[in-house]
Design a protein around this ligand. Structure first.
Ligand code: NI
Length: 170
């Protein structure tokens, strides 16, 4: 089931999320729905608070050409970051059509729990590294525009407020 994606500004996008203790049927369904919602958007990553669920769950697939590689990460944690930084022009499904350059560690190592409740660990680089850090930020109530200067952030926020007013009018 495709879920509605919250648009910034929304208080749920600013709050830290709760860890997942056990993988219930409801949580497995959330992961399936999040992947479906992400592919439909289309996007390369989605975090649970973006569909209004305040749990530490992210989904990703950064493959552009070739077979899909859907990933579901529960309680993801960056356990190592490279000193090397890289700059990507980031966007966000909760901030449609707005892009800005953000500098982040070029490579990270992440530990998480999978849908079988097993601990997993993997290194990410390139677009995957940017994406996983962007999505983990969502779980801490942080958006990519929080890395920008206040003027740019305010400008984007005003545009989103306008977009939400227009959508509410239908
Ligand atoms: Ni995002």
């Amino acid at each position: 089931m495709i879920r509605d994606i919250l648009i910034h500004p929304d208080p749920r996008l600013k709050k830290p999320c709760e860890p997942v203790a056990v993988v219930t049927d409801e949580l497995a369904q959330l992961a399936v729905d999040m992947l479906e919602t992400m592919y439909d958007a289309p996007g390369i990553g989605l975090a649970a608070p973006q569909v209004g669920v305040m749990r530490r769950v992210i989904v990703m697939d950064c493959i552009k050409d070739g077979p899909p590689e859907p990933m579901v990460l529960l309680n993801p944690q960056v356990i190592w970051s490279s000193e090397d930084l890289s700059t990507y022009e980031e966007g966000c499904l909760s901030i449609p059509d707005q892009y800005a350059e953000v500098k982040r560690p070029a490579a990270v190592r992440v530990r998480w729990m999978d849908l079988n409740g097993e601990e997993q660990e993997r290194g990410f680089e390139g677009l995957w590294a940017t994406c996983v850090q962007h999505e983990i930020d969502h779980l801490d109530g942080k958006l990519f525009i929080d890395y920008l200067g206040p003027l740019k952030r305010q400008m984007i926020t005003r545009k989103m407020e306008k977009l939400k007013r227009e959508r509410a009018r239908g």
